[in-house]
Design a protein around this ligand. Structure first.
Ligand code: AMP
Ligand code: GLY
Length: 449
């Protein structure tokens, strides 16, 4: 399989996921330069990478930058530029862009749309119903109906909520009490609240490169969304990730792509809104098999920091092929990976996820790198030249990735590297990949349908 290589690539975004993407792409054969907009001073230190101060949420500015930099490919990191229509603008300008159009990005921006597509595609999701303002009584009745069937309710605000619009209820009273707040002040003609049955099991992320019809999967990863050890504390964007998953092996990943990604691609193509981009399936591994909880239309953060270093193949040619709808028919279903496991630990600022403090000097970055860990910058800023080094500048500050022959080795390497880095009142978990579950027997049955 010999595919054209993009020589100049523009990556949109400036967080840890985009640092990992730029790091991976810039080291690949035939890639001359990776431009990142806006990137960050930490990302700009990467060899072969240059950052430019252009707003990724401004589609005409992004298209102009892509032309001025003569890039062969644009790769979109976060969801916000996709929701701003950046791929539609690049398509109109004839520039290959990897990410869904606005219409296909609704798989992430609307939970009700995701449920509707999954239902038409025959993809298993939790039982759910969506409600608009004025439908409070119907929503309360559905919560009671789930309770009658022995299920707690999960309440989800429709629309992009950066992971913060989800309440996993513990009691009927709690769910009933919260329903009105999800519907208050929302418009009556669009769904505002999705009520789902609550399922139990470990979660997993399976992300695939999609070209509209074909899908090639990354290795599975597991995010840790709560702030504190033991899954305590508030939800965050993600405090750490690891790969591979002992409880979702290669055959299980293949089964997920067959049961989730490919049917969704077929349905979106049938509807005239084909999906090109990273399709992220957020799964819950129930005793009856994996069930789709949500789709995102981008790489996960911090999953990307854990899975990109495991790839034993160049990403750029595949992404360019997928961006133009031309993954080869004989492309393997899974990307080849090295034998190494990875563990990514996020270091977060004081006050995250509520009101992160900025400006704390960061020590020990060199020692962490010297110990063999990868250090991806998420929320950092260069200090004044006279001071040197970096300071905190956002909620999630860094992701430190340890590699090893197995998860235990990778975890040791990541813990040692994270220990080497310090800034005032840093927050981090110490249990990333510590309790990786063994394979549950039910997974042999494949995804729930
Ligand atoms: P979402 O944004 O839909 O992925 O939800 C955020 C988090 O809420 C998920 O990662 C799960 O931890 C939890 N969650 C969402 N839906 C459910 C569900 N139906 N059952 C159990 N937990 C859920
Ligand atoms: N780590 C979860 C996400 O990127 O949505």
């Amino acid at each position: 399989m010999s595919l054209p290589v993009p020589h100049r690539i523009l990556v949109l975004g400036g967080g840890g996921r985009e640092h990992a993407l730029a790091w991976k792409l810039a080291r690949e054969g035939g890639v001359d330069e990776v431009v990142v907009a806006p990137g960050s001073a930490g990302i700009a230190r990467e060899p072969g990478v240059r950052c430019v101060d252009v707003d990724p949420l401004d589609p005409p500015a992004v298209a102009a930058l892509a032309v001025a930099e003569a890039v062969d490919l644009v790769v979109v990191g976060p969801e916000a530029p996709l929701g701003a229509g950046v791929v539609d603008a690049l398509d109109a300008a004839g520039i290959p862009a990897f990410g869904p159009t606005l219409a296909a990005a609704r798989m992430e921006t609307s939970k009700a749309f995701c449920h509707a597509v999954a239902a038409r595609a025959g993809v298993a999701m939790p039982r759910a119903a969506s409600f608009a303002a004025g439908e409070t009584e119907a929503a309360l009745a559905f919560v009671r109906e789930l309770d009658g069937a022995g299920r707690r309710a999960v309440l989800k605000a429709d629309g992009l909520a950066a992971g913060k619009g989800v309440i996993v209820s513990d009691s009927l009273e709690q769910a009933l009490g919260l329903v009105p707040s999800f519907l208050a002040g929302r418009s009556a003609d669009v769904p505002a609240l999705v009520v789902e049955e609550r399922l139990e099991g470990p979660e997993a992320s399976v992300i695939a490169i999609c070209d509209g019809t074909r899908a090639v999967a990354f290795p599975a990863a597991r995010d840790h969304k709560r702030l504190c050890d033991g899954d305590a504390g508030p939800n965050t964007g993600g405090m750490g990730a690891y790969s591979p998953l002992p409880d979702l092996d290669d055959a299980a990943v293949d089964a997920v792509v067959d049961a989730v990604h490919r049917p969704i691609l077929a349905e979106l193509a049938r509807a005239g809104t084909p999906f090109r981009g990273f399709l992220y399936a957020g799964l819950i591994l129930t005793v009856a098999g994996p069930v789709l909880l949500e789709t995102n239309v981008r790489l996960g953060d911090p999953e990307a920091q854990a899975i990109l270093p495991r790839l034993d193949t160049d990403l750029a040619p595949l992404v360019l092929a997928a961006a133009t709808g031309a993954l080869p028919p004989d492309v393997p279903g899974r990307l080849p990976v090295t034998d190494e496991a990875t563990v990514a630990i996020v270091l977060a600022a004081h006050g995250y996820p509520g009101h992160p403090r900025r400006g704390d000097p960061i020590e020990g970055l060199e020692s962490a790198e010297a110990a063999g860990a990868l250090v991806f910058h998420a929320g950092t800023v260069a200090r004044r030249r006279s001071e040197g080094g970096f300071a905190t500048n956002g909620g999630r500050v860094l992701a430190v990735v340890g590699r090893g022959p197995d998860l235990a080795g990778a975890r040791d390497a990541a813990e040692r590297a994270a220990d080497a880095i310090s800034f005032d009142a840093a927050q981090r978990r110490h249990d990333i990949a510590a309790d990786a579950p063994a394979a549950p027997a039910a997974l042999a049955a494949g995804p729930a349908r």
